[in-house]
Design a protein around this ligand. Structure first.
Ligand code: TC6
Length: 686
């Protein structure tokens, strides 16, 4: 048919095969090929039934996301689907791998769907800020019912073949390895039996119940918090309402309008950018893609505190044995007990079996002796953040670890090169900076030291992906990418409360922007005392210092910037607010009202500025890595794309003017990019 689509006919059954690596996305050539193949099969009297299958690792993974930003070339997907759906001969989609987005929507235009047990189907467009705009919002509820369809489309998570079969999305599960033969036989039988062919658009079994307004009202209420800032979920719900209320063609038209709203929105552009940015992080320009990795089959963790325990869990989760080393028995016991407790919580929630818990704990070897790390492949140090201590440990490790073992430090800001210098093999040393809780947070910063070897860096990045993290590469600097980027937000917040806004107002603006919490609530959570406060040297010169002196260390003391009740619910604190007012009075600054937008810009423009500085220094490889790090490390709202993408949306001239007005010096790179009319988020270090 064309280079990516073939049509073969055997014994009366046509097989249309898409072969467009890596994921058979519906690019223009695929759409052209599909349309032509189905038209030809329909017109061929020798063909009695048609099977749609895919070569390679998966069924169609959806529309080609890169095409959303350009003019349409080739036939529209809707026209392709119309040809498939108009078939007068039985049509069967043969699904393996994942049928996602437009892929599932194409399959829903066939009369039948068969799949292997390992297949998964889903409509994940919501993660791209979109809705299933190829009829998914109209066809899926007709089969699966409104509640299941809403869950699938708003949650975006693909479901397994057996579940899809239960929901009526898949008609038959067939054995692995026999998909094509089974699909052909299914199609032939339908043709032989003269099975009545009903298009999904004409079916209604899913609409028989649970379609009243209360279903939608309840769904909106239940997910209100998760919807905050996102446009797609609300539009998906509206489209499904249309599926219930209107005839197919009208509902389909409504879906199209709601899709158009989304595809041109900044939110969706930001989420599409993040999709590719996340995948880009794996690419390191000066390290070949095929650089051999060092085999990592066992892991050592030094330190059984919160970080060490969380780090260990990542490896236990993927079945790797972990030796965890502590200096004192009681600390070790406590650390191991915490790991067990965390797994038990997962078991109690029904997300893990008791056997799995035992298996994972069985892989954990607690030890008081560093010598027990002599044979492991990767050692991650997670002790107190003190350079001398870490150097001492690395010095000892040098004499214990195998020469080819990777020695990683989980330091969050110390100089990895200085740590590496404590060994005779700095090329094996790398930073692996996890974010707390380390078993949950998706970001892993891999810190490339001056002497880290390419294979050690490539392996650390790959290990990160193996344990389900998004690994972002950073060079050595104070705070690496994410912590360094966010430090100016905290400084700006502390400075701003001297000019009028109270901490709760500042936090409110950050939450409205999309952060899970504002900087003052975060300080209270972490503990004001742990952010470098020292009773011995405290000089009552900042709000934070005074609050610490008053014993208001945050949530753990039932009070910090906020007061907390026994359930740790915050309320503005008259005491803390008075401290702020006293400082405002003393500050000599002019006080005024600040709008939410002004607060946001005051706090976040310095973050953008820091991003430009660290790119100029070559700390990150590319701007998009920085954005990914902030989204996964700090809950930066994904629908803004991250600080640097957002800066381009706001306009770099506005960012520069805002920085200057607040007394900051704009980073030279920021000014250069703005002057050239380039985009900051597209910047790559040469
Ligand atoms: C839609 O369908 C809307 C329809 C309405 C129309 C009106 N397009 O993730 P991986 C690339 S919206 C273009 O590393 P995995 C990816 O960038 C779409 N490219 O592999 C990467 O390229 P690189 C709804 C795509 O095995 C390579 O393929 N569908 C697309 O870990 C490998 O990807 C989705 O949202 C695409 N659709 O996971 C599904 N998909 O090698 C999005 C992938 O140059 N895709 N690429 O870096 C996925 O979730 C996953 O890719 C996966 C495979 C589960 C299919």
């Amino acid at each position: 048919m064309n280079a990516v689509t073939t049509l073969t006919v055997e014994d009366g059954v046509a097989v249309v095969t898409i072969d467009s690596p890596p994921v058979n996305a519906l690019s223009a050539p695929v759409r052209e090929g599909l349309k032509a193949a189905f038209a030809q099969a329909e017109g061929d009297d020798a063909v009695r039934a048609i099977v749609l299958a895919c070569a390679g690792r998966t069924f169609i993974a959806g529309a080609d996301i890169r095409e959303f930003d350009s003019e349409l070339v080739g036939p529209h997907l809707h026209d392709v689907q119309a040809v498939i759906e108009a078939s007068t001969k039985p049509t069967v989609a043969a699904i393996h791998g994942t049928a996602l987005g437009g892929g599932l929507e194409v399959a829903l235009c066939c009369h039948f769907r068969v799949a292997v047990p390992s297949a998964r189907v889903g409509l994940p467009e919501v993660a791209l800020g979109l809705l299933p705009g190829a009829g998914g919002t109209q066809r899926l509820p007709r089969l699966a019912g409104v509640p299941a369809a809403l869950d699938m489309m708003v949650g975006g998570r693909p479901i397994r073949a057996d579940k899809a079969c239960e929901l009526g999305i898949i008609d038959k599960i067939v054995p692995e390895g026999e998909l094509l033969a089974e699909a052909v036989s299914y199609a032939r039988k339908a043709a032989d039996a003269g099975t009545k062919l009903v298009r999904v658009r004409d079916r209604s079994e899913g609409l028989a119940q649970d379609t009243g307004p209360e279903v939608f009202a309840e769904f909106r209420k239940k997910h209100a918090r998760a919807f905050h800032g996102f446009k797609a979920p609300a539009n998906i719900v509206k489209a499904v309402e249309a599926a219930v209320a209107l005839p197919f063609d009208e509902g389909f038209k409504r879906e199209g309008e709601l899709f158009e709203e989304l595809v041109h929105s900044n939110e969706s552009k930001a989420q599409r950018y993040q999709f590719f940015a996340e995948r880009e992080t794996a690419k390191i320009p000066d390290i070949p893609k095929d650089m051999p990795h060092i085999p990592v089959k066992s892991v050592g963790v030094i330190g059984a505190g919160t970080m060490g325990g969380g780090i260990a869990m990542n490896f236990l989760n993927i079945g790797l044995p972990v030796t965890i080393v502590e200096a004192k028995q009681e600390v070790l016991d406590r650390g191991v007990a915490t790991i067990r407790k965390n797994y038990q919580i997962t078991v109690d929630k029904g997300r893990m079996t008791a056997e799995q818990l035992d298996e994972r704990m069985g892989l954990l070897k607690p030890s008081l002796a560093m010598d027990d790390l002599a044979q492991v492949d990767l050692i991650i140090e997670a002790v107190f953040e003190k350079l001398e201590l870490k150097q001492e440990i690395f010095g000892k490790l040098d004499g214990i670890a195998r020469p080819d073992a990777i020695l990683a430090s989980n330091t969050s800001f110390l100089d990895v090169d200085a740590i590496a210098a404590a060994t005779q093999r700095p090329e094996t040393v790398v930073g692996m900076h996890f974010f707390s809780p380390a078993n949950v947070m998706k970001l892993l910063e891999v810190v490339r030291g001056e002497k880290s070897s390419d294979s050690v860096v490539a392996t650390a990045m790959a290990v990160g992906r193996r344990i389900g993290k998004v690994a972002v590469l950073s060079r050595v600097c104070d705070g690496f990418i994410a912590n360094r980027m966010m430090a100016p937000r905290m400084e700006a917040a502390q400075a701003l409360i001297l000019e009028g806004p109270m901490p709760s107002q500042v936090d409110k603006a950050m939450v409205a922007y999309g952060f899970p919490m504002g900087p003052f609530a975060m300080l209270d959570l972490v503990g004001l005392d742990v952010i470098g406060w020292d009773a011995a040297t405290s000089s009552s010169s900042t709000v934070t210092e005074v609050l610490c002196e008053m014993g208001r260390w945050g949530q753990k003391k039932s009070g910090g910037f906020y007061d907390y009740d026994e359930k740790r619910r915050p309320s503005p604190s008259p005491v803390a607010d008075q401290v702020v007012r006293d400082f405002q009075a003393k500050s000599g600054k002019q006080h005024r009202e600040f709008s939410e937008r002004e607060i946001v810009e005051r706090l976040l423009f310095p973050v953008v500025n820091e991003g430009a500085k660290l790119l100029d220094e070559g700390i990150a490889i590319r701007a998009s890595d920085v954005d990914v790090a902030l989204v996964y490390g700090y809950g930066w709202p994904v629908f803004t794309g991250g600080p640097l993408f957002w800066a381009d949306i706001v306009g770099l001239d506005r960012v520069i003017a805002g920085l200057e007005a607040a007394g900051h010096e704009p980073a030279p790179l920021l000014e250069r990019i703005a002057a050239d009319g380039r985009k900051l988020h597209q910047y790559q270090v040469a």
